[in-house]
Design a protein around this ligand. Structure first.
Ligand SMILES: Cc1ncc(C[n+]2csc(CCOP(=O)(O)OP(=O)(O)O)c2C)c(N)n1
Ligand SMILES: CC(=O)[C@@H](O)[C@H](O)COP(=O)(O)O
Ligand SMILES: [Mg+2]
Length: 628
């Protein structure tokens, strides 16, 4: 096994081309075996095996800097940089991160998780290199999906202008998570598949070489035409026009061609874009057949390709999906908008039933947000389906185009709270803090999957401006969902369990933990009142004032950043009401980035547990009341 010989990139350099090809085969076997147990981004990594081998074979990481866009396709890079023995801990608590991670290796020079940042990073590193008088190469690997992200186009604009030496490897597998979309995708498709380009390009290049032999005025004319002739047939003319030298398209699985073209790229003065065509999922037939399903794979049986899905109540995403379809059947104004996450956001069935009312804009959250604003402006009822963490990308559009204009946009914010294996770059930790401070925004979170249905109904019926419902990346509680849809009065909380020793204002999945704690405390004579603080904004002020009158200790509990979160808004409220002297404790995600692991492990790490709540209540309730 060649793989066992590779502990550092320099070990690759001793191998022959045939051995490198053998190494590629062994690498794929390793990935398929390891990820059958851990899960992870299988199809993307299977697609970049030869590319990653070629980069480490030719260049000298970490002196030469490799930047992986998103970073979900960096497993092969991790294998060749001394971390093969850690793959059993991939995306596990305190184990190997599923994205590039500087603390893991000197070869990990740039972290990501969110898409489309690699070209900006490459440009920054190229400018820094030149300012320092260094001469290392800078190589960004960006996918065709990531290239649809606005940041990538901002960076290309700058790269083409500054003409710094850097290499952009466009890994074009025609897929984002789902099939890629957009004009850029269509353009790349034309280059990839139009044999006309290749044929005519060869003839033109042959002709151009012959010009000097023709001589005379004809040669001069053709010479003048040369550039326009070249541009007519050179694929990638878009990139050439932007100031990059375009090379390709080449087969991204053909090692000799990859090596030859990368060597050619290295000699070019200024920025180069090398267009490599790959197959997402290559080498494992289930992933080749459906690279969308195998983008974020759960553990699976290798032979059958059967993923081991958790059994039990539906994920909140599934409940969102079904309720949206139910509501859209009754209301033709409803349109769903997704920034490249139709599968993860639960919109595939919606798209099947309403193909004209599901809009995938590519990895373009900013565009998606303002598109929704304009749809609402024209009387459509847009549902912006977006992960909490990716909504961060569109913050100005939410403020400037949606909330300021007070437009009826519905935000269906999935992956709100801890997300588990994706870790710190993907935690849905900040949407409470960054949304509640925007005027006109309504923000709610259901206690269970049934309440999510009614919150969707409430959102569709709401016509006073933007309204957001956030829900977590977990299964529901198994509550019945037979109740007919009804609306919930905006800004109303509900008492789920009476109690006169202390009060907990719990948000979303924290309610289950609060009910467990209340049960435990009641055995010790402490009656914890549990309130479903289902509207984060506006809060239920009548209930807040009553709680002040009751003068019981109050604990807030949210799976969101403490800084500026729901608990903060409760503290602000009482301070603004000059209601001092209340005993209030706020529980949430502390002020640091929580790394990958399971949701349960992440909650435990930050103390979002029923046990923690029990101890905090006991600390606040006078001893005499504990035995009442
Ligand atoms: C800002 C942002 N939006 C959405 C995502 C979710 N996401 C992760 S990978 C991916 C698709 C990337 O496609 P591509 O760059 O072509 O890489 P491939 O997996 O095809 O190799 C998406 C949409 C993200 N990581 N960041
Ligand atoms: C790499 C990336 O950003 C996505 O693939 C993300 O990992 C999807 O998350 P879910 O698995 O929660 O859909
Ligand atoms: Mg792709």
């Amino acid at each position: 096994m060649l793989l066992e010989q590779i502990t550092q990139p320099k070990d690759l350099k001793q191998l022959s081309i045939e051995q490198l090809e053998q190494l590629a085969t062994e690498t794929r076997q390793f990935l398929v075996e390891k990820l059958s147990v851990t899960g992870g981004h299988l199809s993307s990594n299977l697609g970049v095996v030869e590319l990653t081998i070629a980069l480490h074979y030719l260049f000298n990481s970490p002196y030469d800097k490799f930047i992986f866009d998103v970073g979900h396709q960096s497993y092969v890079h991790k294998m060749f940089t001394g971390r093969m023995d850690k793959f059993d801990t991939l995306r596990k608590y305190k184990g190997l991160c599923g994205f590039v991670k500087r603390s893991e290796s000197e070869h990990d020079v740039w972290e990501a998780g969110h898409s489309s940042t690699s070209l900006s990073a490459a440009m920054g590193m190229a400018i820094a290199r030149d300012l320092k008088g260094d001469h290392n190469r800078v190589v960004a690997v960006i996918g065709d999906g990531a290239l649809t992200g606005g940041m990538a186009l901002e960076a290309l604009n700058h790269i083409g202008h500054e003409k710094k030496n850097l290499i952009v490897v466009l890994n074009d597998n025609e897929m984002s998570i789902a099939p890629n979309v957009g004009a850029l995708h269509n353009y790349l498709g034309k280059i990839r598949s139009d044999k006309h380009y290749v044929k005519v390009k060869e003839e033109v290049e042959y002709l151009i070489k012959k010009i000097p032999a023709i001589g005379g005025t004809l040669a001069k004319t053709i010479e003048k035409l040369k550039d326009s002739l070249k541009y007519m047939v050179v694929p990638g003319v878009l990139f050439e026009e932007l100031g990059l030298t375009y090379l390709g398209p080449i087969d991204g699985h053909n090692l000799p061609v990859l090596l030859e073209t990368l060597k050619q790229a290295e000699k070019v003065e200024g920025p180069v874009l090398l267009h490599v065509v790959t197959l997402k999922g290559k080498g494992y037939s289930p992933a080749e057949a459906d690279s969308h399903a195998w983008h974020g794979a759960s553990p699976y049986k290798i032979e059958s390709g059967q993923m081991l899905k958790a059994v039990g109540p539906p994920m909140y995403t599934e409940v969102f999906s079904k309720s949206l379809i139910d509501l859209a059947r009754e209301d033709s104004r409803i349109v769903a908008v997704t920034p490249a996450m139709p599968g993860g956001s639960g919109l595939l069935k919606f798209a099947d039933e309403f193909p004209d009312r599901m809009i995938d804009v590519g990895i373009a959250e900013q565009h998606a947000a303002t598109l929704c604003a304009a749809l609402a402006n024209e009387g459509i009822k847009p549902v912006f389906a977006v992960y909490s963490t990716f909504l961060q990308r569109a913050y100005d559009q939410v403020v400037h185009d949606i909330c300021r204009a007070n437009l009826n946009v519905i935000f269906a914010i999935d992956r709100a709270g801890f997300v588990g294996p994706d870790g710190e770059t993907h935690q849905g930790a900040y949407d409470i803090a960054f949304l509640r401070s925007i005027p006109n925004m309504v923000l709610m979170m259901p206690k269970d999957e049934d309440e999510l249905r009614h919150m969707m109904k409430t959102a569709v019926e709401y016509n006073e401006g933007p309204i957001a419902v956030r829900y977590p990346r977990i299964s529901g509680l198994g509550t019945s969902m037979d109740n007919p849809y009804h609306t919930i009065p905006i800004g109303t909380w509900e008492v789920l369990r009476p109690g006169d020793s202390a009060v907990v204002l719990a948000v979303g999945p924290m309610i289950s933990l609060a009910m467990e704690a209340a049960e435990q405390l009641s055995k010790e004579g402490v009656q914890l009142r549990v309130i479903n603080a289902r509207f984060i904004k506006p809060m239920d002020e009548a209930m807040l004032l009553q709680l002040a009158k009751d003068n019981l200790p109050i604990i807030t509990m949210e799976e969101g950043a403490l800084m500026g979160g729901f608990g903060s808004s409760v503290l602000e409220y009482y301070a603004n009401q000059n209601l001092y002297g209340l005993r209030i404790k706020i529980l949430g995600i502390p002020d640091y980035f929580v790394e990958h692991g399971s949701v349960q492990e992440q909650r435990k790490e930050v103390g979002l547990t029923s046990e923690r709540l029990v101890s905090e209540v006991k600390a606040l309730v006078p001893r005499r009341r504990q035995h009442a």
